[in-house]
Design a protein around this ligand. Structure first.
Ligand code: ADP
Length: 484
């Protein structure tokens, strides 16, 4: 099949979260399965400089209306393999900025315009580039208007547009903007602007548009697929999703083990494996040293790498630490986001310099070293569509402590679920006391070396590789693609 993936972030070119990892790995594994894959994403600042040897500007001009004005853009191509290419949408006024979506915790005000242009550029390429995909898989709200734009263009001009699939990585981010900021730039006719179409409470909701107009919808874990159809987790789109539930499938993300492994990892000094865990112990000591915590193999080290956002339960981690830091334990955080939460963690670090290290920022290497050096990894999310870090933790022999929600529930086994296969600790209620209880259990596990070792080994041998995930996406694509 010819498959186009459209995404606002793509590892290793741009990343704020799991979306970037997932789409890059999906593309790679679809190409490895023999498909012809193109990934489209904006050419953000810095990409051209970092990849200048491999990037080729194509002789291709995108000219699209943006409301009453007109916008131009180009395409830069990067070939990863014969059948795997990235086409970057080059439009400096929209994408050559210090950050992807905004600065100082404030979105860029023209984000709807930036991603309407991106969507139009993708639709333009689908139609005119000379490489016609069988399926276009759009990811998250930023690419959400692509299906309706393709549908509209096909209706208008009578061409055979490809099938479309939406993948929802996080329902909480929808791209909901006023009619003036979004619809008027979309150049779609008024018949699409109604509650059965892309309208949402008087404005435009990009994600809703994709839910309504895609031929199939996937999300990133089976449990999250069920959760988002309920009022509790539906973020006001549950009714729309329930209407399309027959088209909705939950597929657990895979892990790119070429990058996230413990034996050949350029971010780790000491390789290790289930049969030889010495390297992990050394990584722990080095991590403690790097973070300014007293190096000590006997102290349980808890870690987390996360966006500092409400979703991630970083508030209940703070509450839990207030309760638990009297015990013999250490805690390491790498994260960035909400300035108030950043400050709260920095304050805690000042109060407990021998027990807490809070690194504010985005640091890929350190994220690997935290995964490898810690004993336990905390992920007490309010909701979690899939979550990658808990799967990285499992492979790194770091026992995840997770809330029973979304992909966390689908990927971790608690001793109460299956004592022999247990590889993590789960709790139900979103509260400080429930998390503290889970951490107390972890301290008990840490003392029971045999159970601790067994849980670590169980986690390290679980397989979340992309082969399975890729096969499920292929099945969905085949079910919607015409004449394949
Ligand atoms: P989400 O996509 O909701 O942020 P995931 O667990 O699915 O959560 O993916 C998060 C990804 O982003 C992981 O690869 C994680 O290591 C990475 N990440 C998050 N915050 C940071 C950070 N501050 N530094 C480095 N990597 C980070």
């Amino acid at each position: 099949m010819k498959i186009l993936l459209a995404t606002a972030e793509l590892h290793p070119f741009s990343k704020t979260g799991g979306l970037a990892d997932m789409v890059a790995a999906l593309g790679k594994s679809l190409a490895a399965a023999g498909h012809d894959v193109v990934m489209m994403t904006p050419l953000y600042r810095g990409i051209r400089a970092r990849f200048k040897e491999d990037l080729h500007q194509l002789d291709y001009d995108i000219k699209v209306p943006m409301g009453t004005a007109e916008a131009h853009g180009g395409i830069a191509e990067l070939r990863l393999k014969k059948n795997l290419r990235v086409l970057f949408v080059d439009q400096p006024a929209y994408y050559d900025r210090p950050a992807l979506y905004g600065e100082n915790n404030t979105e860029y005000p023209d984000n709807p315009e930036r991603y309407i242009f991106f969507s139009k550029a993708v639709a333009h390429v689908v139609r005119y580039f000379g490489w016609r995909p069988d399926v276009v898989n759009v990811h998250d709200w930023q690419a959400g208007l692509i299906p309706v734009m393709l549908k509209h263009s096909a209706l208008m001009d009578g061409w055979d547009a490809p099938a479309t699939v939406l993948t929802i990585h996080n329902l909480a981010y929808q791209g909901h903007y006023s009619k003036a900021r979004a619809f008027d730039l979309s150049n779609l006719p008024m018949e699409f602007f109604n509650p059965a179409g892309i309208e949402f409470y008087g404005g435009v909701n990009f994600l809703k548009a994709a839910i309504v107009y895609s031929d199939a919808i996937t999300t990133v874990s089976p449990r999250y697929a069920r959760e988002i159809c309920t009022e509790e987790y539906g973020c006001s789109l549950d009714a729309v999703l329930r209407e399309r539930q027959h088209r909705l499938t939950g597929i657990l993300n895979g892990v790119d083990y070429d990058e996230w492994n413990t034996t050949k990892n350029l971010h780790l000094h000491n390789p290790y494996s289930p049969r030889n865990m010495r390297g992990k112990a050394l990584n722990k000591l080095e991590l403690q040293h790097e973070l300014g915590l007293p190096p000590n193999p006997g102290v349980p080290l808890f870690g987390t790498v996360t966006r500092l956002a409400d979703q991630k339960g970083v508030d209940i981690i703070l509450g839990m630490l207030e309760e638990m830091l009297a015990k013999d334990m250490q805690f390491a955080l790498l994260g960035s986001g909400d300035p108030e939460i950043q400050t709260a963690y920095k304050r805690l670090e000042q109060r407990y310099p021998d027990k807490v290290c809070a690194r504010i920022g985005f640091d890929l290497g350190l994220s690997h070293r935290i995964e490898a050096g810690c004993d336990f990894f905390l992920m007490p999310s309010r909701f979690e569509p899939c979550g990658l870090n808990q799967m990285y933790s499992l492979r790194f022999g770091t026992i995840p402590i997770v809330r029973r929600t979304g992909g966390l529930d689908d990927s971790v086994v608690d001793p109460r679920d299956d004592l022999d296969l247990a590889d993590g600790i789960k709790f139900n209620e979103f509260s400080v006391s429930a998390l503290s209880k889970a951490v107390r259990k972890a301290l008990v596990v840490f003392e029971h070396r045999e159970l601790f070792d067994r849980m670590r080994k169980n986690g390290m041998t679980v397989d979340f590789s992309w082969d399975r995930t890729c096969g499920e996406y292929e099945r969905i694509y085949r079910s919607v693609a015409k004449a394949i």
